[in-house]
Design a protein around this ligand. Structure first.
Ligand code: ATP
Ligand code: MG
Length: 426
């Protein structure tokens, strides 16, 4: 395993700015965990020993823009190099009386106390270049053995904040880790406390869980928790469609949109394996579910689109495939085919599986051979048409017409042939 922690130049600069005036600063949490486990690092969060007011002063002095994203919890978000860096003062959480949030937080000056408030050992490590890795809870060992383990006493930690129960499942799914025995026992005992957590926060963790590499393993293993949470969110999830979902996830890419689409599809449109059938997708139910899951708007859009077009039959020939690649966009069409293939596998419908596989092979072949299926691939563009005297909406219409001719092999995709055709049809 490679123990190197790579931070970007902005976070390194931020750390050294703080250190140059005697303030301790570390990269913490997810970025250290992901870096140590060889995963791509998304956000870099920093923890510092000074108060949020002093953080603001230091950023002001160095002309670094920031947003006050959570001052009461000690967080200021610096914006630099087009990225956001959460900078949070070391803190210790007070008493928890609602199973979710501390009644109060107090700022502290040592990193050890700050690490002790964190949820899992793999999330409770800190790093800076001068001191190296600070790992008082042996997070590195848990990364090596792929283990999610609560920091401290699991019962206490889950009673403080029950969202951590779902976070444990989420990290186990995304990182493809196992949950350590004591932590697991506590999870199985305490999960009804999740009823006290806001639906938005549950959804956020659930979606990440669904999108993880280990999702089907975790959903199978902790099905009662997923059922409990789904009941809380009123998603219509039950044991039968749970198993179908896992079978779909076993073969589906771990991408959020397609996983969420499968989740909604399974919950709104149960599969009948005996009859190899799945009911038509009810777009009204889909809309209701995407909105009750409170997804990000891009995910809602793509999920709705995947489900609206789920019933699209496979075209009979290469020309038909290209036309769908054009109207859907190749990337979306591949997602749609992959979703159909996964669902047909669960339906044990061999004929339809074979039909989708054949189309997927054609799509890949078209892309490999750079055969045109989009306007951007034509040897002529809108400006060329303008130069030929075409204007307004007619440009788009004519380009589509040309593409259709090229796809149907009634016109060659070379400038001269297209110009000749366009001149005759302007
Ligand atoms: P991701 O890559 O999904 O953002 P992350 O580890 O950064 O993963 P966040 O939810 O952004 O997860 O939280 C950042 C860090 O804050 C965690 O790594 C953990 O140390 C701490 N943390 C977050 N939520 C909790 C919680 N509910 N209880 C204790 N510590 C938490
Ligand atoms: Mg994060």
């Amino acid at each position: 395993m490679n123990f190197e922690i790579k931070l970007d130049s902005v976070s390194l600069k931020l750390i050294s700015l703080f250190e140059s005036i005697g303030v301790s600063a570390y990269a913490v949490g997810g970025c250290v965990r992901d870096s140590l486990s060889g995963r791509p690092v998304s956000d870099i969060d920093l923890a510092v020993s000074c108060t949020p007011d002093n953080t603001k002063k230091i950023l002001d002095k160095n002309n670094i823009r920031y947003i006050e994203t959570g001052i009461q919890h000690g967080t200021v978000t610096a914006i630099a190099g087009g990225r956001a860096y959460e900078i949070t003062t070391f803190r210790s959480d007070g008493k928890y009386s609602d199973n979710r949030r501390p009644d109060s937080v107090s700022f502290v000056t040592d990193i050890y106390t700050d690490l002790a408030r964190r949820d899992f050992t793999v999330n409770a490590m800190a790093y800076n270049p001068s001191e190296g890795l600070i790992d008082i809870f042996c997070g590195i060992d848990d990364i090596k053995s792929k283990t999610i383990r609560a920091v401290g006493d699991a019962d206490t930690r889950f009673m403080e904040d029950s969202l951590r129960i779902l976070r444990a499942l989420r990290f186990a799914s995304v990182l493809d880790f196992e949950i350590e025995q004591k932590t697991e026992q506590s999870i199985l005992k305490k999960y009804p406390l999740l009823r006290n957590v806001a639906k938005e926060r549950i959804t956020e963790e659930l979606i990440k869980l669904l999108s993880g590499k280990g999702a089907s393993r975790i959903i199978r293993k902790y099905s009662q928790i997923i059922l409990y949470v789904s009941g809380h969110l009123k998603t219509g999830f039950d044991v039968k469609n749970g198993e179908n979902l896992c079978k779909i996830f076993d073969v589906l890419a771990d991408e959020t949109d397609i996983r969420v689409a499968a989740f909604i599809l399974i919950n709104s449109c149960p599969i009948d394996i005996l009859n190899h059938s799945i009911g038509p997708v009810d777009t009204e139910i889909v809309k209701k579910m995407t909105s009750s899951l409170r997804l990000r708007s891009a995910t809602v859009q793509n999920t709705n689109r995947l489900l609206t077009h789920f019933d699209t039959e496979e075209p009979r020939d290469r020309v038909g495939v290209k036309k769908l690649m054009f109207s859907f966009g190749a990337q979306f069409y591949i997602q749609l085919l992959e979703l159909r293939l996964a669902v047909f596998r669960v339906m044990e419908d061999k004929n339809r599986c074979d039909a989708v596989k054949k189309v997927l092979a054609i799509v890949n072949d078209i892309m490999d051979k750079h055969e045109p299926y989009s306007i951007a691939q034509l040897e002529i563009n809108g400006n060329d048409l303008k130069a030929l005297g075409c204007s307004g909406k007619r440009i788009g219409v004519l380009l589509e017409e040309v593409l259709e001719m090229v796809i149907e092999q009634r016109l060659e995709n070379n400038r001269d042939s297209i110009i000749k055709y366009v001149t005759e049809h302007i």
